[in-house]
Design a protein around this ligand. Structure first.
Ligand code: FPP
Length: 240
């Protein structure tokens, strides 16, 4: 597993893509139009990563709380995810992107899970950008599921409770294959983390951007990344 960086470019950027609904409402359009515009933006931002030096990109597509939205919006989002995966599978593979999903798949429809599995399998050997899509993901839910797996290993005698530490725990999280995020970006002016990567973001830098996700351009992404380069990261230590 790669270590989090302390360099000018964040190795791992995580994004809370917020503001699709408002973007659509401002145009007098249904919220789903905003999600479609948001999906186009995902493509652009993923494509920009290699030139900007971002190795890992993690995006929050659907939270464990998003099921409380209207049935129309939830169904529309699920349809959009299926369409996005179907349409983008080949070009993501051609661009050497390695795609993985985090979150609980149990509640997702089997047709969507199949597409997710196929995309993960197809791109498993790719060495380009690591794109992780959080789908039916919640940080608390992830920690609870990880604890369940850990308790199971203890019950089977595979893990000694005395070995449980902040080094053991990440191996049980959905993100066991990822370095911690260096930078977490949230668009749309809200300054909350909304249950995203709670454990992993302990030392992440945060950027709360006013721009709504469908308007978040590559140029703005670049500006946010250059601001990151000016920050001094201390990881709890005192500068010498
Ligand atoms: C939050 O905006 C956004 C979501 C809950 C969905 C994110 C989904 C996409 C960007 C679509 C495509 C994603 C992929 C991976 C293809 P919001 O609806 O809460 O906006 P609001 O706060 O303005 O209402």
């Amino acid at each position: 597993m790669a270590k989090s960086s302390n360099s000018d470019t964040p190795t791992h950027v995580a994004i809370i893509m917020d503001g699709n609904g408002r973007w659509a409402q401002m145009r007098g359009r249904p919220r789903l139009v905003g999600h479609h515009a948001g999906a186009k933006r995902v493509k652009e931002i993923v494509r920009a990563c290699p030139d900007l030096g971002v190795k890992y990109l993690t995006i929050f597509a659907f939270s464990t709380e998003n099921w409380t939205r209207t049935q129309t919006e939830v169904a529309g989002l699920m349809k959009l995810f299926k369409r996005y995966i179907r349409r983008e599978t080949q070009s993501l593979h051609d661009e050497r992107v390695r795609v993985r999903f985090i979150g609980d798949r149990v509640r997702l429809e089997p047709a969507l899970v199949d597409l997710m599995d196929n995309l993960e399998l197809l791109t498993a050997e790719n060495t380009g950008v690591h794109l992780t899509i959080a789908l039916n993901y919640g940080g608390r839910d992830e920690v609870a599921r990880a604890t369940r797996r850990l308790a199971h290993d203890v019950a089977l005698g595979k893990l000694d409770p005395r070995e449980v530490s902040d080094e053991t725990m990440p191996k049980y999280l959905d993100t066991y294959f990822l370095p911690d995020p260096d930078l977490v970006i949230r668009t749309s002016g809200e300054a909350r983390i909304s249950n995203f990567l709670l454990w992993q973001s302990a030392y992440a830098e945060y950027e709360f951007i006013d721009t709504l996700w469908p308007d978040f351009s590559e140029t703005e992404f670049q500006k946010v990344l250059s601001r990151f380069g000016q920050r001094e990261r201390r990881f709890g230590a005192v500068p010498v």
